[in-house]
Design a protein around this ligand. Structure first.
Ligand SMILES: Nc1nc2c(c(=O)[nH]1)N[C@H]1C(S)=C(S)[C@@H](COP(=O)(O)O)O[C@H]1N2
Ligand SMILES: [Mo]
Length: 456
């Protein structure tokens, strides 16, 4: 959505009166405070349904505040009858509820080597939600969607930062008409919280989060593929393994769509101690995408030499939700053990043992591993507090050009080469960051020397 005076006022008025706006668990990992990118801690993978206060948050822009009284959903483009719908109109349509994993395409980016720019998510840019709303297909049919249209484009009420292109994404018509694709107004039995897209968001089960548009205000049925920045240049994947560090032009990649078979080990924690001779509950969750539900998890406690089938929770046979699994193991000897988990889906896909690098660090689904020490008596392990060297003071241009729009936290988590920082400055100045030619070198020096690949 483009900034109007009304929206500006709505944004500056804050979001305090909005549903669920202030709920955040104390242990969320703040990847960026402004705009807000919050990661769920590993312990969140012990839950079946992820509570709202633990659900990860990802936004390219500041959270918009939408007034339900004036909010309308516009449906236009290749349709017989354009529609303008209020929430009451949607609430009158048949409601559908499903459990589904929402995972950011960039989840696990922090694990790739060499590093690439972007939010440095580890495991927790994923959650399992209970989504309720109307079928997108029902809304499109009501408008008389033309069957020949290739795709459907969504736009939300969020306003781009600087001159960044508006965040708009499209899905192919077949995905839009899939009976599981929803326009959701509820999450986990509550009104959709502001951070998760109040009053309406796309739920695209099995697909990565970039298709799950929040704060939806307009749906446009397209006559041709959408050429916008967020389809043509971002969220693209080579679809094949690349030599790590390879640059590939976006037109040689495909849009990110389906999630891939993946598991996470929620317990025991990496580096923890377990008692020799006592049963240990190795637990976690697993999910997949379009390929179908998870059918099996194998666990190894000897670094992949031997594997045993974990037990899957029996009552979670949803197609798009994650499944909880457990494997009980009793270490018979003292020592250091590497535990692996490997999931399989109904199409026979299985998690890779090693990373397959791609330029934006999408779709990490490598077999997770945790190491534990089996001991005869638990000891207090020394704290792992690291040595941190204070960062040098930034040049003045930094505050004017960078932290004007976003917080420092997003900068601090990057580990980029000089060329990568140079490209980031180009991208940001393209989106309106003001960097004079005299200041550019100082900014680049600062970013590279402080947040270069070898510094942390
Ligand atoms: N309007 C809008 N929708 C959006 C985004 C955004 O920036 N603007 N981010 C997308 C991305 S990349 C992800 S991963 C999910 C995150 O949803 P969540 O914050 O509810 O977890 O929202 C998607 N929908
Ligand atoms: Mo995302």
């Amino acid at each position: 959505m483009i900034l109007t005076r009304r929206h500006f006022l709505a944004l500056t008025a804050g979001v305090l009166a909005q549903p669920g706006s202030d709920r955040r668990a104390a242990d969320m990992l703040i990847r960026s405070a402004r705009p807000e990118d919050l990661e769920m801690p590993l312990a969140g993978f012990l839950d079946y349904i992820t509570p709202i206060e633990r659900f990860f948050v990802r936004a390219h822009t500041y959270t918009p505040s939408v007034d339900l009284g004036t909010w309308r959903l516009q449906v236009s483009g290749e349709v017989a009858t354009p529609l303008t719908l209020a929430m009451a109109d949607l609430r009158r349509m048949p409601a559908v509820e499903l459990v589904g994993v929402l995972e950011c395409a960039g989840n696990g980016r922090a694990f790739y080597n060499p590093p690439m720019p972007g939010v440095q998510w580890t495991n927790g840019a994923a959650g399992n939600g209970r989504w309720r709303g109307v079928r997108l297909a029902d809304v499109l049919k009501r408008a008389g969607v033309k069957a020949s249209a290739p795709a459907v484009l969504f736009n939300g009420a969020d306003v781009p930062l600087g001159t960044m292109p508006d965040f708009e994404r499209s899905v192919p018509l077949a995905k839009a008409l899939d009976p599981n694709t929803l326009l959701a107004y509820e999450m986990n039995g509550e009104t959709l919280p502001v951070k998760h897209g109040f009053p309406l968001r796309v739920v695209a089960p099995g697909w990565a989060g970039d298709s799950w548009i929040k704060w939806v205000t307009s749906i446009s049925v397209l006559a041709t593929e959408h050429p916008g920045f967020w389809m043509a240049r971002a969220y693209r994947h080579p679809g094949r393994p690349l030599r790590p560090g390879t640059a590939l032009p976006p037109e040689q990649m495909q849009p990110v769509t389906s999630l891939r078979i993946k598991s996470v080990i929620a317990a025991p924690g990496d580096g923890s101690q377990v008692l020799m001779g006592m049963p240990v509950s190795i637990r976690g969750v697993a999910w997949s995408g379009d390929a179908g539900p998870v059918t099996a998890i194998d666990v190894s406690t000897d670094n992949g030499r031997t594997w045993a089938a974990a037990s899957l929770q029996g009552n979670q046979r949803t197609t798009f939700g994650w499944r909880q699994w457990e494997h009980r193991w009793t270490p018979s000897r003292e020592g250091y053990y590497t535990i692996l988990a490997r999931a399989r889906d109904s199409a026979g896909n299985i998690q890779p043992l090693d990373p397959e690098w791609n330029p934006s660090g999408y779709a990490w689904n490598v077999v997770p591993r945790v190491a534990v020490e089996a001991v005869s008596r638990l000891s207090n392990t020394p704290s792992a507090a690291g040595l941190t060297t204070p960062a040098p003071a930034p040049p003045t241009v930094y505050a004017n050009a960078c932290t004007q729009c976003h917080g420092e936290d997003i900068v601090r988590q990057q580990r980029l080469t000089r060329a990568q920082w140079d490209a980031e400055i180009n991208k940001m100045t393209g989106w309106g960051a003001k960097v004079g030619s005299d200041d550019r070198e100082a900014l680049l020096d600062y970013l590279f020397s402080t947040y270069g690949p070898r510094n942390r």
